[in-house]
Write a protein that binds this ligand. Structure first.
Ligand SMILES: CC(C)(COP(=O)(O)OP(=O)(O)OC[C@H]1O[C@@H](n2cnc3c(N)ncnc32)[C@H](O)[C@@H]1OP(=O)(O)O)[C@@H](O)C(=O)NCCC(=O)NCCS
Length: 182
């Protein structure tokens, strides 16, 4: 399925005409903000899609169509991080695959809310959701040059098991990382 292929490799999708990302200066949000982790559903489609475009620059963002597919898939396990004012500042989407492994398809945190352990909390929540569906192995792919994400996953117990040459549409290599939930 075309959408699934996009999900696997984060194919570039052209920005839509009614939404263009403006160049921005990231200003760290105030220290001491409280965040909540909540379910992410199709009702958050546009907010999530816009946040993804701020998280994944350089043409890596998913299309709105891809998010629509992910947020309506019965096998999806997805959460968002919000400020106390209800603004979405992070998200994670996982899929329970037919072989019953969990697959983290994407995780992102708004640039101005990073290094506050939001991704860590989102990953813990998606792993909890996977466990409830009897998933015992979780896998994900990460760009070989994305050191921040690799550090995050390593800190959570994921280990690189394979290099995936030219996995990404721009020719970049990927790394397959796996964690046992047992
Ligand atoms: C990767 C990303 C999700 C991390 O989100 P985050 O909320 O800032 O991460 P956390 O605060 O939970 O970090 C947890 C740990 O991961 C590691 N880590 C996270 N970002 C890091 C960075 N930039 N450099 C080094 N280590 C980093 C650290 O060990 C950190 O713990 P510490 O802050 O106590 O040292 C975020 O940088 C992001 O959205 N990047 C763009 C999208 C992306 O690359 N997503 C992943 C690929 S699908």
């Amino acid at each position: 399925m075309a959408v699934l292929k996009k999900i696997r490799s984060r194919w570039w999708s052209p920005p839509s005409e009614d939404y263009q990302v403006e160049p921005e200066q990231s200003v760290p949000a105030a220290i001491g903000l409280r965040y909540d982790i909540r379910s992410l559903t199709i009702s958050h489609l546009d907010e999530c899609w816009r946040l993804d475009q701020r998280c994944f620059v350089d043409g890596e963002a998913y299309s709105r169509e891809t998010f629509e597919y992910l947020l309506t898939a019965p096998e999806a396990v997805s959460y968002r991080a919000t400020t106390s004012a209800g603004c979405m500042v992070g998200f994670v989407i996982g899929l329970v695959e037919p072989d019953h492994t969990g697959h983290i398809t994407t995780v992102g945190v708004s640039p101005d809310h990073r290094r506050r352990h939001l991704a860590k909390r989102l990953m813990a929540e998606v792993e909890r959701g996977f466990r409830q569906r009897n998933v015992r192995i979780v896998r994900l792919e990460v760009r070989s040059l994305n050191i921040a994400a690799q550090k995050l996953y390593e800190s959570l117990g994921y280990a690189v098991t394979q290099r995936l040459p030219k996995y990404y549409s721009n020719g970049g290599d990927g790394l397959l990382m796996i964690k046992s939930l047992a």
